[in-house]
Design a protein around this ligand. Structure first.
Ligand code: ATP
Length: 224
């Protein structure tokens, strides 16, 4: 169970998040939407322990992770917008670097786990800086998912991906929640948002629950 309560964050005098609270249980997929620059990435980075909130609480299965980046790394898998990959290394070396399981578990992942679903196997020997944007995104997701964390946080997962990969990732998200995982995602794509079991709009630092399955026009109206 993810329980977020009263998260505040300012950059200098600019208050970005003003008491953000929500919760999500096993099997839930939460969509967070809002205009460019409203603070979605800031919120997701805080949930993943990559950025410190000024105040508030984030608990996963009862464990407080705010301000504890080690606990956050253990309990969340984070796929940021920018791929956290090392361009000069091969795909395999990047996987080894980020994979939180043993080498044997990584090999198994490549044959039957998320790396297999994402089609990582055929590109193992390639240098990362020679990959396309979509291939890098597949690899970033595979690296993040290696820890089998209970909460998966994805910042615009489908951006830069071809249709087949978008479909693969959507199938993976469904399997992840069916298996009891919790997904938090931001997206500007209606097909991805259709996977969400609950939806929130972030506006002026405040997160407000909204109805699922709103049309694009209805969502845009909520941003204004
Ligand atoms: N390190 C930083 N220092 C100062 N201001 C920042 C910093 N990071 C983000 N901001 C500002 O905070 C606001 C929220 O940024 P954030 O990236 O969280 O928005 P977003 O909703 O994810 O946007 P997008 O949809 O474009 O990805 C923006 O005005 C941005 O310029």
């Amino acid at each position: 169970m993810l329980e977020v309560s009263g998260i505040c964050k300012s950059y200098g005098k600019h208050r970005i998040l003003n008491g953000v609270s929500f919760s999500a249980g096993p099997g839930q997929c939460v969509g967070i939407v809002g205009t460019n620059g409203c603070g979605k990435t800031t919120l997701l980075s805080i949930l993943a322990g990559a950025l410190r909130a000024d105040s508030g609480s984030i608990r996963i299965n009862g464990t407080e992770i705010r301000g504890r980046s080690g606990a956050a790394a253990d309990l969340t898998a984070y796929v940021p917008q920018e791929n956290p990959l090392i361009g000069e290394l091969s795909v395999k070396d990047n996987l080894l670097l980020w994979h939180r399981g043993s080498r044997k578990e990584m090999e198994r992942d490549l044959t039957e786990g998320c790396s297999s679903v994402l089609g990582i196997g055929p590109m193992l020997k390639k240098r990362v800086d020679t990959l396309s944007g979509g291939m890098k995104k597949r690899l970033s997701i595979a690296c993040a998912l290696s820890g089998r964390a209970p909460v998966l946080i994805m910042d615009e997962p489908g951006a830069a991906l071809d249709l087949e990969c978008k479909r693969d990732i959507q199938a993976y998200l469904k399997a992840y929640t069916a298996d009891g995982g919790t997904v938090i995602l931001t997206s500007h794509e209606m097909e991805e948002l259709a996977l969400c079991t609950s939806m929130y709009v972030l506006k002026d630092g405040v997160l407000t629950k909204t109805r699922n399955s709103l049309s694009a026009e209805e969502l845009i109206r909520q941003f204004q």
